[in-house]
Design a protein around this ligand. Sequence first.
Ligand SMILES: [Zn+2]
Length: 238
Amino acid sequence: MQFIDSHIHLQDYKTRNTQQIIASLRNTGCVGALVVAAKADDFAKISALADENADWMIPAFGVHPQYAAVSGEEDMLQLEYYLQKHPKAHIGECGLDRLQEADLERQIGLLKRQMKLATLYQRPLNIHIVRAEDVISSLKKELPERFVLHSFAGSKPFLEDMLNRGAYLSLNPKVLQRKAASLIELIPNERLLTESDAPYQAKAEDIPDFIEKLAAIRGNAPEKLAAAIRDNFDRLAK
Ligand SMILES: [Zn+2]
């Protein structure tokens, strides 16, 4: 099955050479990936990977809420530099996370800054949300045209609200063990993406099996669903 990994931290693999990892992912059928940053230190590595693997990956540059306390204007200038260098790059991962120690107001400031850049440069935003649906809802008007809720595990009203606002939902295999699994049927085919969040939550190699399970829940043919996800990824990349 040809599949997409719409959220992977390739720069964080410790064990092997990254080019080898990419070669092995391609061999398993992974035909495209969004390689996401979590901090400014990742930007140069991801930029180099994008230059070497332009036919396979899209880079995403951004600062995760985990780094809100130590991230400042210098990081945002770096982010802008890499957005200009990579016209197809997304912004992410960014977001809000009440389980992180960083002060929520600081997290909100950092997110708003990245939202503005996403609108200014017309780039998709890759958003991480943990226990902060209320704040994201309150910032709805500031969301850019294209955005992805990564590792979605939210509530039904929030999902409906975000779908109305144009959200893409990137699902991680872990969702099957969470309460949000009951919401999988509510996501239209044209808004669905699949991710590993490797090397953290799952492995990219798990995605074909995950697509089979999603297809069974949703009553889709697996190959058709995989094709829809590939189309969604291409549409987002434009
Ligand atoms: Zn991530």
